[in-house]
Ligand binder design. Structure first.
Ligand SMILES: C[S@@+](CC[C@H](N)C(=O)[O-])C[C@H]1O[C@@H](n2cnc3c(N)ncnc32)[C@H](O)[C@@H]1O
Length: 228
């Protein structure tokens, strides 16, 4: 699932990426968190660990259509949540994002933190962002995983060019082969285009995770277009 470096993470993400999510959650102490893509529950447990440490009565919702499916995760996420003792603060919605998210909007639910880590095609990721934006309180945070994938990166570019969100992580970049990435960095630094500190933090601390803070509820004007 993680194409960043060819190193397979023990759970869904690298430990460094989980640590960044933990930091975001410890900083803001959000009460209502949501994730799209639960898999074996790695991110679910991390988020709940932060809720426990924060002690503000946080509740978590996870959406994954394949959580209990025999051909899917076979309930591995449920088991991880139960083993960690978080069943009472976790709600799992076993449905597709494009059905579950609009229902949450219809039910007038709001969230303070959302992790997007579901199906990583452009259309699904954009749908996830679209509904997340409707569900997220101003001041809330979106974390997006696998931003090195071109389709997910394109959604990040859409957010940055069209929506009132502030980047909290180093700028996401498409994952290149290690050799091309090195050449690109060298060229960028020589040409003064690359912030070396941010680029290093992206490579060694954030990997394929990006985070944005929402400034306000704001619909894109229907005659506005910026290239992204
Ligand atoms: C990369 S894994 C998530 C890893 C998890 N966040 C973690 O860190 O352990 C992607 C997940 O998205 C789920 N998924 C696939 N299509 C989906 C959809 N249409 N809506 C919601 N989730 C979906 C998959 O079942 C899988 O569990």
């Amino acid at each position: 699932m993680n194409i960043d470096t060819g190193v397979v993470a023990p759970a869904g993400m690298r430990v460094e990426e989980y640590a960044r999510i933990g930091e975001l959650l410890h900083r803001d102490k959000p009460k209502r968190t949501l994730e799209i893509g639960m898999a074996n529950g790695g991110s679910t447990v991390q988020i709940c660990n932060a809720h426990k440490a924060n002690g503000v009565g946080g509740q978590h919702t996870a959406i994954d259509p394949f959580q209990s499916a025999i051909t899917g995760w076979k309930g591995a996420g449920h088991v991880a949540v139960a083993k960690a003792g978080y069943t009472n603060i976790v709600r799992v919605i076993e449905d597709f994002d494009y059905l579950a998210l609009p229902q949450l909007v219809r039910d007038r639910e709001r969230f303070d933190f959302v992790l997007i880590d579901g199906w990583h095609s452009f259309d699904y990721t954009l749908v996830d962002f679209f509904y997340t934006d409707l569900l997220l309180e101003p001041g809330g945070v979106i974390a997006i995983h696998d931003t090195g994938w071109p389709a997910v990166h394109k959604v990040c570019r859409f957010i940055e060019t069209h929506k009132p969100y502030d980047l909290l992580s180093p700028s996401p970049s498409v994952t290149l082969s290690a050799r091309f990435a090195r050449l690109g960095r060298r060229f960028g630094q020589m040409a003064g285009l690359t912030d070396a500190v941010a680029a290093r933090s992206r490579r060694t601390e954030w990997y394929s995770l990006a985070a944005y803070r929402k400034r306000s509820d704001q619909q894109v004007a229907d005659d506005f277009h910026a290239t992204f």
